[in-house]
Design a protein. Structure first.
Length: 244
């Protein structure tokens, strides 16, 4: 709970991942990828409750072995890759509210595909929402490419910049700042989650996360990169300890 706002965390983990087979339970440094998100629930002092939504028996077994409860199996009609994540979050929230007999003020959806997010990131996203009376908050990271500067699209027979400005500039640092949405967090007020426009609102806020905590595991290459970074950081820590 934060400032009398009770907080529900949802973890949505579908079994039929396309880019990385069995992505949610693949091991990363000896830990299932979903475990990195479950750790945040254990560590945060702001979380009141959690609910895990999956259609996969394999994921259910891994989650149970990790010490978490599975309260229901996601219905088949919500298990397709064409179903909106928002619909899955709303179903999980409504199920838990019916089960507990109460309504949650803040719903935090943890994206399993971003394993390096941490508890401070999640708690800060909750604080941003409540302290600013924002309808929703989602996590981003500074974009590697900028649509005003070095991203193009094909329009008919022409190749053009994705976004044009009247003002010309010759240095990417002069371009407007843009951000990539990562899969870290989506935080909603209850009434906004169940509204017609839960994502982009007048007072929507963002949580800016550094690139090193924003890797999304969408392809096998992403998994290899994540493994490399873990080993690289381990070696750095060992070297620093030796120097001391």
């Amino acid at each position: 709970m934060y400032k009398n706002q009770n907080v529900l965390v949802t973890v949505c983990a579908r079994g039929g991942s396309q880019g990385v087979k069995l992505k949610n339970i693949r091991l990363l440094d000896g830990k299932p990828i979903i475990g990195y998100s479950l750790d945040l629930i254990k560590q945060s002092k702001l979380v009141d409750d959690y609910i895990i939504s999956t259609d996969s028996e394999e994921i259910m077994d891994v989650v149970k072995n990790y010490g978490f409860k599975i309260r229901f199996k996601r219905p088949k009609e919500l298990a397709s890759g064409k179903v909106s994540r928002l619909e899955v979050i709303k179903h999980a929230c409504k199920w838990m509210e019916d089960y507990r007999g109460k309504q949650y003020d803040v719903i935090v959806d943890l994206g399993v595909a971003t394993p390096f997010k941490n508890t401070d990131d999640m708690d800060e996203a909750i604080r941003i929402l409540v302290d600013n009376d924002a309808p929703n908050v989602f996590s981003v990271t500074p974009a590697i490419k900028n649509p005003y500067y070095n991203m193009v699209e094909i329009q008919g027979n022409l190749v053009k910049k994705v976004k044009q400005l009247d003002t010309k500039f010759h240095d990417r640092r002069d371009a407007p700042k843009v951000y990539e949405m990562n899969d870290g967090f989506n935080v909603f007020k209850h009434e906004i989650l169940f509204s017609d426009n839960p994502q982009f609102n007048q007072n929507t806020k963002i949580l800016i996360m550094p690139k090193e905590r924003s890797i999304d595991i969408d392809e096998e290459w992403d998994l290899r990169l994540a493994e490399f970074l873990i080993q690289y950081n381990k070696k750095n820590r060992e070297m620093n300890n030796v120097k001391r």
